[in-house]
Design a protein around this ligand. Structure first.
Ligand code: NAP
Length: 249
């Protein structure tokens, strides 16, 4: 009998949770606990870090987990690396449910950068109107470029104001709509959008909107992760659970 742990915090993890619930699978969804208002889920939820690789391995063993599905965000690099290591140490099956990265299409004006620091560096120069579509975690890094007017969008209202002298904060939760994003960018006279190459459809509205408005996009590439089996669809995880996990396919 399978006992599944899904590492979540994404639209894909929620979609997988719905499917596993409908199938009557034994599954738990894990959140890091970064967001205060969690989406209601049809399977049991646990919240908070495990305590590194050792902590996750101990959890997998203590709860008799047989299948670990990493459906975290492509930028959750530490969690994903820990998942690979802990699954190996516990001797259980592991797979990642990810979104293919976005690639530019005609009309896109992307500058690709390697990480947050490179995105900050790419904003050197005269004052511009910048949408930081990054969530709240990395916003303070942009304080070294205080000359810009920043438009921020967070899932929750932060406990303390963001450390950027000139900013406007919108509190809203995706998925977002292209027209709404276009209106938001127009209303703020946005010139540059900074975002992570998350992939998927839930967060792509801002890219369509930026294309419609011919805005520059500073696109942060994904972090490198250890080698692992990856699929892009919930149905592929289900196939793996039913047929492939024991054979490592
Ligand atoms: P991270 O840097 O890779 O993880 C840092 C630590 O947070 C991990 O070592 C782990 O703590 C804990 N953690 C992360 N995801 C967890 C999960 N699903 N369940 C339990 N503990 C978890 O991750 P992050 O970038 O801070 O992302 C945190 C969460 O937000 C993830 O669930 C991710 O899917 C979601 N998210 C991230 C982004 C992003 O841009 N990074 C965007 C949208 C959503 P321990 O070492 O103590 O186990």
């Amino acid at each position: 009998m399978s006992n599944i742990l899904v590492l979540g915090g994404t639209t894909e993890a929620s979609a997988l949770a719905a499917t596993l619930s409908a199938r009557g699978d034994d599954a738990v969804l894990s959140y890091a606990g970064r967001v205060t208002t969690l989406k209601a889920q049809p399977i049991p939820v646990r919240v908070g870090g495990f305590g590194g690789v050792e902590g996750l391995e101990a959890y997998l063993r203590a709860h008799g987990v047989t299948h670990l599905v990493d459906a975290t965000h492509p930028f959750a690099a530490r969690m994903s690396a820990n998942a690979v290591a802990a699954a190996k140490r516990a001797g259980i099956a592991h797979i990642a449910l990810t979104r293919p990265a976005w690639t530019p299409v005609a009309g896109d004006r992307w500058t690709r950068v390697a990480d947050i620091d490179a995105a900050v560096a790419a904003l050197a120069g005269p004052s511009r109107r910048v949408m930081l579509a990054l969530g709240r975690m990395h916003v303070d890094a942009f304080a070294v470029q205080p000359q810009h007017d920043y438009l921020l969008r967070f899932v929750d209202r932060p406990d303390r104001p963001p450390g950027l002298p000139r900013h406007h904060l919108v509190v809203d939760r995706g998925p977002f709509d292209v027209e709404d994003d276009r209106r938001l960018m127009e209303a703020h006279a946005t010139q540059v959008v900074v975002c992570k190459n998350a992939g998927g459809t839930g967060a792509s509205a801002k890219l369509h909107a930026a294309r419609l408005l011919s805005l520059s996009v500073i696109m942060i590439d994904r972090p490198t992760l250890p080698a692992r089996q990856e699929v892009h669809a919930v149905a592929d995880v289900v196939r793996w659970l039913d047929h492939g996990a024991d054979r490592g396919v």
